[in-house]
Design a protein around this ligand. Structure first.
Ligand SMILES: Cc1ncc(COP(=O)(O)O)c(C=O)c1O
Length: 338
């Protein structure tokens, strides 16, 4: 398997002086979560996830616990979905999008077709797809435009609709799992909203028609879960509203700081733990991102990693006036203009 370009840049940027690459808030500490050592087991977890945790999610989402599978982050939730549903078929994926959401279905034998979100209904009406994939809210753009027409068209055509909802808690939107009633999978995790990427705790919720197959795939490739992450998730859910408010406050501060420090650029306030800065004049963003890292010690992600160009994704969840100041000066020196 090839190394994906986003991971390549991430690895190259490890230890960078200014890390503006993240799409999450700083982690909740064990103390803030109120986790006690006695809550944590090092034993194998249950195959589809701890039953009280699945029950919590089921009641929050208005589904049966059998429709909920706990996974090692949203990555595993997406991978299980692709492994079960691609079936060597065509997969329609919105662009721009988080790179693994287009590369993994291809690696699992699918033929990936990419179009902007606004063209997806037309694409579904004019072609046959095994799966349709949307990231809502979108990474990298933060786009939260309504996807119900795409969802209805996809399911109506017989495709499986996969919606990566990892940034939904920042937007305060309801889950899409029940919006159509069949052939739907939503995936999410606590990696972004709780900054808990290292706890590897995510979930996949599907409509009842897909649940048995997804459960079988999950149990075949990874028949247990991270029991520490499950305990951390239970602690998060016990004070869910307060932790989400905290994350949103951090992001709002980051957005304001970024807008103040790069006043000539038009930066949309999306409430996401990253901003998407588009520009009109200057070298392609992939080249600028390399120069930012090599010459100025600044890590961020270029639009090209997401299938776009002339834009950068800049962290607002981790924000720092010195880093934003360094970025403003570097962009000016490289000739990036609005
Ligand atoms: C859209 C999207 N999906 C999935 C993931 C992976 O999340 P996790 O760390 O929970 O596996 C990310 C992380 O950047 C993401 O942006």
């Amino acid at each position: 398997m090839e190394r994906y370009s986003l991971i390549e840049h991430l690895v190259r940027g490890e230890g960078a002086r200014y890390n503006l690459g993240g799409s999450l808030v700083p982690p909740l500490s064990i103390e803030e979560l109120g986790l006690r050592l006695s809550d944590i087991s090092t034993d194998y977890g249950a195959v589809h996830g701890r039953s009280d945790l699945r029950g919590e999610f089921a009641s929050r989402f208005g589904v049966d616990p059998d429709q909920v599978i706990i996974t090692e982050g949203a990555h595993e939730a997406n991978n299980v979905s692709f492994l079960e549903c691609v079936n060597g078929g065509r997969v329609l994926v919105e662009t721009p999008i988080f790179e693994p959401l287009r590369n993994i279905p291809e690696a699992f034998g699918g033929e990936v077709v990419q179009v902007p979100r606004s063209d997806m209904v037309d694409a579904i009406e004019n072609d046959e797809f095994e799966m349709v994939v949307v990231c809502h809210p979108n990474n990298p753009s933060g786009d939260t435009t309504d996807i119900s027409d795409i969802h209805r068209a996809a399911v109506g055509s017989g495709a499986v609709m996969l919606i990566d909802e990892i940034y939904r808690p920042f937007a305060g939107l309801p889950t899409n799992v029940n919006a159509v009633g069949e052939r739907t999978i939503v995936t999410c995790s606590l990696s972004k909203i709780g900054g808990m990427g290292g706890a590897r705790i995510g979930w996949l919720v599907s409509t009842p028609d897909l649940a048995p197959g997804l459960r079988r795939t999950k149990e075949n490739i990874s028949p247990t879960n991270n029991s520490f992450g499950e305990a951390a998730a239970m602690a998060f859910l016990a004070d869910h509203d307060r932790f989400i408010e905290k994350a949103k406050r951090i992001v709002a501060e980051g957005e304001s700081l970024l807008v103040d420090m790069l006043p000539s650029f038009d930066i949309a306030r999306t409430g996401m733990p990253f901003s998407y800065l588009r520009y009109g004049e200057g070298p392609p963003s992939i080249d600028v991102a390399d120069r930012l890292l090599d010459e100025y010690g600044i890590l961020l992600f270029a639009a090209e990693h997401f299938g776009d160009t002339m834009a950068f994704r800049i962290s607002t969840g981790y924000h720092d006036a010195e880093a934003y100041g360094a970025l403003a000066d570097a962009l000016d020196a490289i000739g990036v203009r609005p």
